[in-house]
Design a protein around this ligand. Structure first.
Ligand code: SAH
Length: 219
C-alpha cells in the first residue's frame, strides 16, 4: 500500500507510533499491529482531519457517526481471529469501512451491513480504491444479520444495542464468535460470545463507548 503511505502527520513514523500505543494498551498480536500500521486510516476521514487520523481516538465521519478508535478495532480483531482460520465474517455497522478493510485482511470473505446509505456509498469507494475484492456490502438493518450467507465464523458489531440481537446468535457457526458492545450510552460492555455445540459462552472483554445500534434504515 505504498501509494497510500502519506507524508508528515500520516507518515510511517506516525503510524508506528500508533502501533506502539496499542502495544502499551495490551494489544499483543503482531499480525494485527502490522495490519493497523499498513492500513491508511487517513483515507477514511475527511481531509481536514487527516492529520489526526493516527491518534488513538474516534473521529467524526458525518451523519452523527464516528470511525472507531484504533485500540477498539485492534482489540475486536484480535479477539475474533485468535486461533482461527476465518472463512466468513459478518460486520454490522460498516461506517467509513475502516474496520471492514482491517478485517478483510484476516478472512476469506467479509460481509458488511450499514443502515446509512450515504456512509455505505463512501465506504464502497474506499473498498475499490484499496482494491479489496473480498468485501460484500449491503444497505440494511443489521439487527437481522445477513441470513443468505450464514453461518459465520465470526460476527463483529460496531454499534451498541441494549441486548444481543437473536438473529446474530442464530447466524453464528458452531465455535463461531460474536463480538458486540451491549448496553446504554455510558454503561456499555464489549462481549465475546462463543457458540458451543449446545448454547453459548459469554465473556466481558472491556468497558466501551459505541454509538447506539438503531433500527430500520436511513437514506
Ligand atoms: N467500524 C466503523 C464504525 C462506524 S460507527 C468505522 O470504523 O467506521 C457504527 C456504525 O453502525 C454507524 O455507521 C451506524 O450507522 C451503524 N449502525 C447503527 N445501527 C445499525 C444497524 N441496525 N444496522 C446497520 N448499521 C448500523
Amino acid at each position: 500500500m505504498t501509494a497510500h503511505s502519506g507524508i508528515g502527520m500520516t507518515s510511517q513514523r506516525t503510524r508506528d507510533r500508533l502501533a506502539e500505543t496499542l502495544v502499551e494498551m495490551g494489544i499483543k498480536s503482531n499480525l494485527v499491529l502490522d495490519v493497523i500500521r499498513n492500513t491508511p486510516r487517513h483515507l477514511f476521514v475527511d481531509e481536514a482531519l487527516s492529520s489526526r487520523a493516527y491518534e488513538n481516538t474516534a473521529l467524526p465521519i458525518g451523519f452523527s457517526q464516528t470511525i472507531s478508535q484504533p485500540y477498539i478495532v485492534a482489540k475486536m480483531t484480535e479477539a475474533l481471529i485468535k486461533g482461527k482460520d476465518l472463512q466468513k465474517v459478518l460486520e454490522i455497522g460498516t461506517g467509513c469501512g475502516y474496520q471492514t478493510v482491517i478485517m478483510a485482511q484476516f478472512t476469506k470473505q467479509i460481509y458488511t451491513v450499514e443502515r446509512i446509505s450515504g456512509l455505505l456509498m463512501r465506504a464502497r469507494e474506499q473498498f475499490q480504491k484499496l482494491a479489496c475484492t473480498n468485501i460484500r456490502s449491503k444497505h440494511a438493518d443489521g439487527n437481522i444479520g445477513w441470513l443468505r450467507y450464514a453461518p459465520f465464523d465470526g460476527i463483529i458489531v460496531a454499534a451498541a444495542p441494549i441486548g444481543v440481537p437473536v438473529a446474530l446468535l442464530e447466524q453464528l457457526a458452531i465455535a463461531g464468535r460474536l463480538i458486540i458492545p451491549v448496553g446504554k450510552p455510558g454503561d456499555q460492555k464489549l462481549l465475546l460470545i462463543t457458540r458451543k455445540e449446545e448454547g453459548f459462552e459469554e465473556e466481558i472483554i472491556d468497558s466501551v463507548s459505541f454509538v447506539p445500534m438503531l433500527s430500520g434504515v436511513d437514506t
